[in-house]
Design a binder for this molecule. Structure first.
Ligand code: FAD
Length: 391
């Protein structure tokens, strides 16, 4: 494609903003359409693994990330009932040397702010806030920019409108799990937590991940339980009924963890949905990235990371292929198998984290026998991934 070809991105989440920045590095200018009037999402925490931070580093964003994030020394797995440590996979300096990029944790709003600042200072990016794209995305974009875009990139999240214009695209499905995102401000509230670790507490049919957030001088908690959504409202703040259901899932857990959950603030309830396998593009001028293409469960903490990898790969394909259909084909070829493998890893983590009975005993034995070094090596394919090496 030529740099003068008009390109539009629908959605200014992590996928859309990263996409626009990656395209700018390849010399393309983009119009970015975001339905929200302002990008001031409160959100919760996010783990940014080395496969994603490598790309953000290449975009020149590492200094800004380092100003706000923490780099945990390790990722610990702990029994949620007894608080017995199960294993501790080294991260921190080890992540930088083993996977050649840092592992950081930060508030999602901080990442979005950093991306937004970079987009605003990039002359090749034009952001249109308060502009929801509906109907045929190519026609909707053309009506605003005054000419037909050569490519429209749908980065509009799990409930994507642009996906509806692609024949054979995947549908949205409830995963059978509900996430609670909670915040624990103030370090003194967190005696069972370490500010130098990501800690995953495991229990039957539920797990709880905790990590430090410098932005609130406290911790982010993500609790995931098996179950069905109970209320008509899909995502939202907690209610008495939801809290009771949530507390019941942790009934047999260690009392310190239960009281930590009770003291958490800003609880948000998320029935976890995924997007099924399906077409990612129309073979002409419309292509999907991020959650719009392949939303996955957060058991491997990779949804945002995959969106960032997609953006980097698609920008490279558009810059090096003669036309959009060729670029879409190459993008899909590069991404399908990787996304499938990450989805499988998330499913495996779901199985292992929520294990009960003999499976739980076997899991604990395997973790003890393998040891931290071998567990880190198991993650080389995921965290050590560098798409540019394959090109
Ligand atoms: C509990 C939980 C924990 C998670 N933890 C992690 C983690 O630790 N690490 C990780 O990598 N991932 C994690 N994820 C996944 C991650 O949050 C998502 O995969 C990622 O945010 C998806 O980004 P996106 O830009 O594709 O979509 P979104 O963030 O949904 O952005 C879509 C954007 O498009 C806009 N939009 C939608 N429709 C339109 C329209 N029609 N016109 C214009 N604009 C539109 C929206 O307003 C929004 O700004 C987690 C997810 C959950 C639920």
């Amino acid at each position: 494609m030529q740099n003068a070809d008009p390109v539009a991105v629908v959605g200014a989440g992590i996928a859309g903003l990263t996409m626009a920045l990656c395209l700018a590095r390849q010399g393309f200018s983009t119009d970015i359409f975001e339905q929200a009037d302002a990008l001031d999402e409160v959100g919760a925490g996010l783990q940014l693994s080395p496969n994603a931070s490598r790309i953000l580093t290449d975009l020149g964003l590492l200094p800004a990330l380092q100003d706000v994030w923490s780099e945990p020394d390790s990722i610990a797995l702990v029994d949620g009932r007894t608080l017995r440590p199960l294993t501790d996979v080294p991260a921190g300096a080890n992540a930088r040397s083993r996977w050649a990029a840092p592992y950081g944790v930060l508030h999602r709003a901080s990442l979005q702010k950093i991306l937004l600042r970079a987009v605003r200072s990039e002359p090749l990016c034009r952001l249109h806030l308060g502009k929801r794209v509906e109907g045929d995305p190519v026609a909707a974009v053309a009506a605003v920019i005054g000419r037909r875009p050569k490519v429209v990139i749908g980065a509009d999240g799990i409930w994507s409108q642009t996906r509806a214009s692609i024949d054979g695209a995947g549908g949205v499905r409830f995963s059978g799990n509900i996430a609670w995102r909670l915040l624990l401000p103030g370090v003194e509230a967190s005696t069972r937590l370490s500010a130098s670790r990501v800690t995953a507490f495991l229990g039957p049919n539920a797990h709880l991940v905790a990590y430090p957030l410098r932005e609130i001088d406290g911790f982010n908690l993500v609790a995931i339980i098996g179950g069905k959504p109970t209320a008509a409202a899909w995502i939202g703040q907690d209610s008495e009924e939801r809290r009771r259901e949530f507390a019941a899932a942790f009934e047999n857990w260690h009392r310190d963890l239960r009281s930590m959950i009770e003291n958490a603030v800003s609880a948000t309830y998320w029935p976890l949905c995924t997007v099924d396998e399906g077409a990612w593009h129309n073979g002409r001028d419309l292509v999907l990235i991020g959650d719009a293409a392949h939303a996955m469960t957060p058991f491997a903490a990779q949804g945002a990371a995959m969106a960032i990898e997609d953006a980097s790969e698609l920008a490279h394909c558009l810059a090096t292929c003669a036309d959009p259909p060729a670029a879409f084909g190459r993008y899909e070829h590069a991404r399908r198998a990787r996304i499938a493998r990450v989805r499988n890893r998330a499913a495996f983590n779901r199985f292992a984290y929520h294990a009960r009975g003999p499976v739980r005993v076997a899991r604990n034995l395997v973790l003890a026998l393998k040891g931290p070094e071998a567990l880190a090596a198991d993650l080389d394919w995921l965290y050590g991934y560098d798409g540019s090496e394959r090109r």
